[in-house]
Design a protein around this ligand. Structure first.
Ligand SMILES: [Zn+2]
Length: 256
């Protein structure tokens, strides 16, 4: 036993037709199939994690404006940022200098790790939250395909080709895990991390230094409320697709 993990049941219900696309599968006969694993429709962990991260960023920017310790980064190298992203940095919404990163070499690591990267991981440093794949019981037969009207850009009618999507009212489920304590690494959720005690190298999670946050408030504000705040996911959002409702329920404390 090296970790204490809190597990949460995540349920996502589609409120509109829903689509997270996969690369074309030559076996399916559909031009644009949705993502499936073992015949079941899935929302990949990376998609949900991206939506959770965006939700956390919005929260940090709107609630903690002017508090530099609470500013999120844009998790990409600075030279890959678009001019619009650089504008957001100039406006003070995101940290300057690209994504948070950690390296044993002090010259190659960020001064501090932002709250979003603390939870979801920075380059070179894992986070506390493991975002799962969500699986639907819907089989491909329960899904239908739509045709996008080329003139109006909206879903025009059902057809047997073009874009495969999931109907509304379909439930996806998965288990999200949050590390409360990692005994080997000596990490405790809500506390600044020490990566190497001998060298005195800390990850410098400066937003936790004033002791405002603890495991419960972090889980509630940064994970539960932020997941519930996700109202749109997947593709075709401007075309009447993607409305979702997410619920999250505490499951159990596990040791792993
Ligand atoms: Zn960051």
């Amino acid at each position: 036993m090296s970790k204490i993990i809190r597990a949460f049941n995540v349920t996502l219900v589609t409120k509109e037709p829903f689509r997270i696309g996969a690369k074309q599968n030559i076996m399916s006969g559909i031009d644009n199939p949705i993502t499936t694993v073992g015949g079941r429709a899935v929302i990949q962990g990376s998609s949900l994690k991206g939506a959770l991260r965006a939700s956390i960023e919005e929260y940090l920017i709107s609630i903690f404006a002017g508090n530099s310790a609470m500013k999120p980064c844009i998790p990409s190298a600075y030279n890959t940022l678009s001019s619009d992203e650089k504008k957001l940095i100039e406006q003070g919404k995101f940290l300057d200098g690209g994504g948070c990163s950690y390296s044993p070499n002090p010259r190659h690591r960020s001064e501090s790790i932002c709250p979003a990267c603390y939870l979801l991981g920075a380059q070179g440093l894992v986070g506390f939250v493991r975002v799962p794949y969500l699986y639907a019981d819907a089989t491909p037969e329960e899904m239908y395909a739509v045709r996008i009207d080329r003139a109006t850009g909206v879903v025009s009618d059902k057809t047997n080709r073009d874009f495969q999507i999931i109907a509304d009212g379909i439930e996806f489920k998965g288990t999200l895990e949050i590390i409360e304590k990692d005994i080997v690494k000596g990490w405790i959720l809500g506390q600044s991390r020490v990566i190497d005690e001998k060298l005195g190298i800390g990850a410098n999670d400066s937003w936790l230094k004033n002791g405002t946050w603890n495991a419960d408030t972090i889980i509630d504000e940064f994970i539960i409320k932020r997941l519930k705040a996700i109202k749109l996911l997947g593709g075709f959002k401007s075309r009447g697709c993607g409305k979702v409702e997410i619920n999250i329920k505490k499951d159990e404390i596990k040791q792993g």
